[in-house]
Design a binder for this molecule. Structure first.
Ligand SMILES: NC(=O)c1ccc[n+]([C@@H]2O[C@H](COP(=O)([O-])OP(=O)(O)OC[C@H]3O[C@@H](n4cnc5c(N)ncnc54)[C@H](OP(=O)(O)O)[C@@H]3O)[C@@H](O)[C@H]2O)c1
Length: 337
């Protein structure tokens, strides 16, 4: 496709109106869908399994798909301009590839692949957390099939990771216990689920292409085959603990705090995963991201201002995370991996 709107065939609208999404009722997909609908600029079609137990947000069109029948996915994606994949990490391994192949057959030009994690350019971190090569393979497949991608680099979801149990940010709210990696001062880039939703909606609400060579405004095309980088907070576990105490009205005396060496915890998690126990995965992932001097802090690359993302209240986000504890505890399969 030519780089400028002025060279497009007549009838070209230079906006992304038709968006398809997998996971509209899922953890991050629900936030992305809500933010897209709120703009009033997009028609959102949710690709959903017939036996899905997920509640889809009001206002989306629903296309029922069967992952064992490609034609159903291709039909759902026909005429879509942008395809967002937020598929469960616990779904069968070939699910992402099935979606991407169907998107290519349907002629969708742009895909947002699964990812929604750290900096894709931090190769070492990606390899050591095992997520990097998977994300790279997903993006490569999109390119190989002639499409372009935009991936979201948001760091850990703050609210989800805070409420998601001891293996994540170390908090067990039922036991009022906290595992702190090392001295607890290493900082990580984090984003709330709602900030991720807003960022995606901002990018998809930009003009698709510059009008002509004089148009220097921000366009969706400037993000193609790149990450969009965002944050809500750059936090250490000690920062989180201070917020948790404020929000819960507790003091140090109410909490049992233990310290663990992040490198040892990473090795323990890795050994568990290698022996087939996926409970080690969250442990290795989060402890690795808090390695002192080599953490997942990419705040220097974040594009919040460029995208006009709002500043958020840490304590309000902490409350959202604590409110998620019970919901996440119901997701046995997911929380054990
Ligand atoms: N940065 C972070 O802290 C963080 C944390 C967790 C996950 N992530 C990443 O975010 C992405 C999406 O994760 P998520 O938690 O939003 O996903 P999720 O809520 O667990 O699942 C999203 C959707 O996947 C669909 N799905 C398709 N096949 C499925 C299957 N066999 N089993 C279960 N669901 C299936 C479901 O849609 P239907 O039911 O409508 O078919 C579901 O709503 C992944 O790339 C993951 O790695 C990032």
């Amino acid at each position: 496709m030519s780089t400028y709107a002025k060279n497009q065939p007549s009838g070209f609208k230079n906006t992304i109106e038709r968006v398809a999404i997998v996971g509209a009722g899922g953890t991050v997909g629900a936030h992305i869908t809500a933010a897209l609908l709120k703009t009033g600029k997009h028609t959102v079609t949710a690709l959903s399994r017939e036996d899905s137990g997920n509640k889809l947000p009001e206002g989306v069109l629903v296309a029922t798909v069967d992952y064992d029948d490609e034609a159903t996915i291709v039909a759902a994606l026909k005429d879509q301009q942008f395809f967002i994949i937020t598929v469960a990490p616990t779904a069968p391994r070939d699910t992402h590839s099935k979606l991407v192949q169907a998107a290519a057959k349907a002629g969708v030009p742009y895909v947002m692949p699964n990812g929604y994690g750290g900096d894709i350019d931090n190769i070492k971190l990606g390899e050591e957390t095992m997520l990097g090569p998977v994300g790279k393979a997903n993006r490569d497949e999109i390119e190989k099939l002639g499409m372009q991608w935009i991936t979201v680099c948001c760091g850990f979801w703050y609210d989800y990771s805070l409420g998601g149990g001891e293996s994540r940010f170390g908090f067990d709210f039922d036991k009022r216990s906290l595992t702190i990696y090392d001295d607890g001062n290493t900082k990580n880039s984090t984003s709330t689920l709602s900030q991720v939703g807003r960022a995606v909606a901002k990018v998809l609400s930009l003009n698709e292409l510059p009008a002509d060579e004089n148009d220097k405004s921000l366009t969706l095309s400037s993000f193609l085959n790149k990450g969009v980088y965002l944050k809500s907070f750059v936090l250490s576990q000690n920062d989180m603990f201070e917020s948790v105490k404020r929000v819960t009205g507790t003091t140090d005396a109410d909490w049992t705090v233990t310290h663990e060496d992040s490198k040892k915890r990473y090795e323990d998690g890795l050994a568990q995963v290698k022996s087939g126990n996926m409970a080690g995965f969250a442990k290795l992932l989060y402890s690795r991201a808090f390695f002192p001097g080599d953490s997942s802090d990419f705040s220097a690359k974040t594009q919040n201002e460029l995208l006009g993302l709002p500043n958020e209240s840490l304590d309000e986000s902490t409350k959202v995370g604590i409110d998620m504890v019970k919901v996440l505890q119901q997701r046995f399969e997911r929380m054990a991996s």
